[in-house]
Every structure is written in C-alpha cells, then in structure tokens.
Design a binder for this molecule. Sequence first.
Ligand code: MG
Length: 170
Amino acid sequence: MPRVTKPISDALNDQINRELESAYVYLAMSAWADGKNLRGAAGWLRLQWEEELQHATKLIDYIAGRGGTVDLKAITKPPARYKDLLDVFRQVLKHEEAVTAAINALYGKAARARDYATQALLDWYVNEQVEEENTPAEIIAMLELAGDTPPGLLMVDQHLGERSRAAPGA
Ligand code: MG
C-alpha cells in the first residue's frame, strides 16, 4: 500500500482528535448520569465512550499501517453539568452531526486526492455516522414522549440500560 500523503494524514489526525473528544464527552455525560442515579443512561454512555475509543484507534492503526505519523492533539474539556437527560441527548445529536460533517469533508479530501484506500476506510465511518445520528434522535423522541414525569424517565433509563446487558456496541 502506498504511503499516506501529509495532507491526508493531517486530516486523519484531526479526525482522531474528534473521535477522542467524542469519547471524552460521552465519559463526562456518563459520569453526570451516574451522579443522577440514571444507571441505564450511564451504562449506555459508557459503552459509547468505548466505541469512540475504537473509532480513534482504527484511524491510528490505519495511519501507522500506511507509514504516516500519528500526531495526537490536546482534547477539549467536556462540560461536567447538564440540565437533564434530554439536554444530554440533544448535545449528543448536535455533536454527532458535527462529526458527520467532518467525516464528509475528510471523505471529499480523500476523493479529490484520489486516495482510494482512505476512502474505503472512511466508508465505514460514513455508515457508522448514520447510526450515530439515528440512535440519539430516537432517544430524544422517547424522552420528549416521556416528558418530565419520573415514571417516564425511569422507563427510558431502563430501556437504555438494556443495551449494556444485551449487546455491547449494539
Ligand atoms: Mg465516532
């Protein structure tokens, strides 16, 4: 496989930072949810944290595998406090939409450079982002239906907790 070019590896390094930043955001949200006794949501967000670390690692391995230089950058501090669980998932969706835009821009860069190997790698991320946006959108809809009632919130939290028990990464 030919070496990855500097402009592409720079762009991939920026994406590693975004994935690690995502991981950090999910970890902060998980800790907040745990503090509010929303154990199901905390577990869901913790699994998401692990997924984001995998997204970053996959890019790290790819750059290294194509003879590029992995250049880790500082990660922005995530918020420690959230208004409520609806606020958390609205922020998740907004965050993932920004990640999708970044991946699309990266894909465009690889396409213009005719870097087919990077495009093939990014196909996986393009697909992943569909789920990364759909899932929080569904959770937001559920939370909006449940409203501010404690039974509704408990029901959603229980539903989110099923992910941790059933299939990690599902
Ligand atoms: Mg990600």
